[in-house]
Design a protein around this ligand. Structure first.
Ligand code: RIB
Length: 299
């Protein structure tokens, strides 16, 4: 069982010829709206990959709430841990350029008021707790402490990287996933080398898997003494939004279901690549069979 303690957003997406620089306005045609939020995206992705998933988080009391929850509801994610709070649902304003690269600004809304206590009593020995960086740091710390007490394993994707002291959290994390930018930020805080392979070298441990995702260049990963570098399969990139979330969801599912380290990373890479081929963070989360098929082809 995977429990996700994280954000739920509605994504307002505009395709633009190029992403704006500071102070610049760019225009695109009509916007599209999609369910999003790193927590919700990872919950949906793990569910599509084949895990039982419970979402713990919050939406506001507004017109966006049902839209933000719709995909998780229809896919069978357990939403009993999602609360409806006064105020606004989290919103993400996303620009996507012609290469599929994105720029995201998030208005946290209800996500800023989620509480770790809402997890109780749902964590058990052998469960996995997934967290990201879009909910309050203090609550994430409490949630991780609760996971420790109940014997649940922590999967942390610190995106965005919190401003607070993250050292203790990393030490209690069983699976740490960052992209190159996040790796550089984490490395600076911990005083370790930011280069992906050295980052993995510094933090991988017998009880800790560390992954740095490299976009189109694949991933580097490590656990204990094992090191792995995998390329990304060749795909036509339409929209990279949610690719990291698809990676995390599929990887979490594979680990939750006991697949070996290398196979689990392969499935994450396959899911991340497939997620780039469709617009929208959740609409692009791939299904179990598609992940398995592409994972078999990664050499
Ligand atoms: O990782 C992609 C997500 O980041 C989007 O769905 C958006 O909501 C932001 O949280």
């Amino acid at each position: 069982m995977i429990t996700v303690f994280g954000s739920i957003n509605l994504d307002l997406v505009v395709a633009v010829p190029r992403l704006p620089t500071a102070g610049e306005t760019v225009t695109g045609p009509d916007h599209q709206s999609f369910a999003g939020g790193k927590g919700a995206n990872q919950a949906l992705s793990a569910c599509r990959a084949g895990s039982d998933v419970r979402m713990v988080g919050a939406v506001g009391k507004d017109a966006f709430a049902d839209l933000a929850l719709a995909n998780m509801k229809s896919e069978g994610v357990d939403l009993s841990g999602v609360r409806s709070l006064d105020g606004a649902t989290g919103l993400a304003f996303i620009g996507i350029d012609r290469q599929g690269e994105n720029q995201i600004i998030v208005a946290s809304g209800a996500n800023a008021r989620v509480e770790a206590d809402w997890l109780s009593p749902s964590l058990s020995q052998g469960d996995m707790l997934m967290l990201q960086g879009e909910t309050p740091f203090g609550e994430a710390e409490k949630a991780i402490a609760m996971a420790g007490k109940s014997g649940a394993k922590v999967f942390w994707n610190p995106a965005p990287v919190p401003m607070e002291d993250i050292k203790a959290l990393i030490e209690t994390t069983a699976t740490l996933v960052v992209n190159e930018t996040e790796a550089a930020e984490v490395a600076e805080r911990l005083g370790i080398a930011p280069e992906p392979q050295q980052f993995v070298e510094a933090l991988a441990a017998p009880e800790r898997t560390v992954v740095v995702t490299l976009g189109g260049d694949g991933v580097v990963a490590g656990k204990g003494e094992t090191r792995l570098r995998l390329p990304s399969p060749a795909i036509k990139v339409v929209d990279t939004t949610g690719a990291g979330d698809a990676f995390c969801g599929a990887l979490a599912c594979a680990l939750d279901q006991g697949r070996p380290f290398e196979r689990a990373i392969r499935e994450g890479v396959a899911a991340g690549a497939l997620a780039c081929t469709v617009t929208g963070a959740q609409s692009s989360a791939p299904a179990k069979d598609d992940i398995a098929r592409l994972a078999d082809q990664i050499v």
